[in-house]
Write a protein that binds this ligand. Structure first.
Ligand SMILES: O=C(CO)[C@H](O)[C@H](O)COP(=O)(O)O
Ligand SMILES: [Fe+2]
Length: 218
């Protein structure tokens, strides 16, 4: 199975956002990955609703929104209204994860949970059957362009086993430092969705880079 490719707009040229989104429309990208950072859950601030709405106006593909914010339950409906099709919250930011997942689903969006590199997939044992997506962070969240953490392969395999064991339909997304070299091994380990920011947007030919990632196989 070919992976879904979700280029991270965080690494795009914000001064030319419309042409960047139009490039993604023309490419084989499946989703647009939207990183929301609040300067509290992570030590960086990215962008918020107005920028998301501007992206949505031109995007012809689903928006996969990765919330790196504290108290995400306060903003779920607003992110949905701003165009989110998939909404992932961090397990480390949620005191009542089950409630927040139901809240996301009630808006009509797909519901995901993101895990920091130190967080075990075993914590998902009692929620995995309710999830549409698990986002495994393969870098510490907060910044694009970081080095891929090798333990991600083992973690992806463990999550895949849990998904099978619990009869879950959840997709596995890998986020951070993804490139053409680690993509095949990630797919072998069980990944379904590859997020790629700097690898796509620093490439001379982002459209060809996305096409090559899409052709990755295990
Ligand atoms: O969530 C993120 C950072 O917190 C980004 O999605 C991720 O870093 C993608 O960027 P890159 O491919 O450049 O690592
Ligand atoms: Fe992300």
């Amino acid at each position: 199975m070919r992976p879904l490719i979700a280029p991270s707009v965080l690494a795009s040229d914000f001064a030319n956002l419309q042409s960047e989104v139009e490039m993604l429309n023309k490419s084989q990208a499946d989703w647009l990955h939207i990183d929301i950072m609040d300067g509290r859950f992570v030590p960086n601030i990215s962008f918020g609703f107005p920028v998301m709405q501007a992206i949505k106006k031109h995007a012809q593909k689903p928006m996969d929104v990765h919330l790196m914010i504290v108290e995400p339950e306060l903003y779920i409906e607003q992110f949905r209204a701003a165009g989110a099709d998939v909404i992932s919250v961090h397990i480390e930011a949620c005191n009542h994860l089950h409630r927040t997942i139901q809240q996301i689903k009630a808006t009509g969006a797909k519901a995901g949970v993101a895990l920091n590199p130190h967080t075990s997939v075993n914590l998902l044992d009692d929620i995995i059957a309710d999830l549409d997506l698990v986002c495994i962070m393969s870098v510490n969240p907060g910044f694009g362009g970081q080095k891929f953490i090798e333990n991600t392969y083992r973690k992806t395999e463990a999550l895949k086993n849990l998904i099978i064991q619990r009869n879950s339909q959840s997709l596995i997304e890998i986020d951070g430092g993804v490139n053409q070299q680690n993509a095949p091994k990630l797919l072998q380990s069980g990944a379904d969705v590859l997020v790629a920011g700097s690898f796509v947007f620093t490439a001379e030919d982002p459209i060809a880079t996305i096409a090559n990632l899409k052709q990755s196989s295990n």
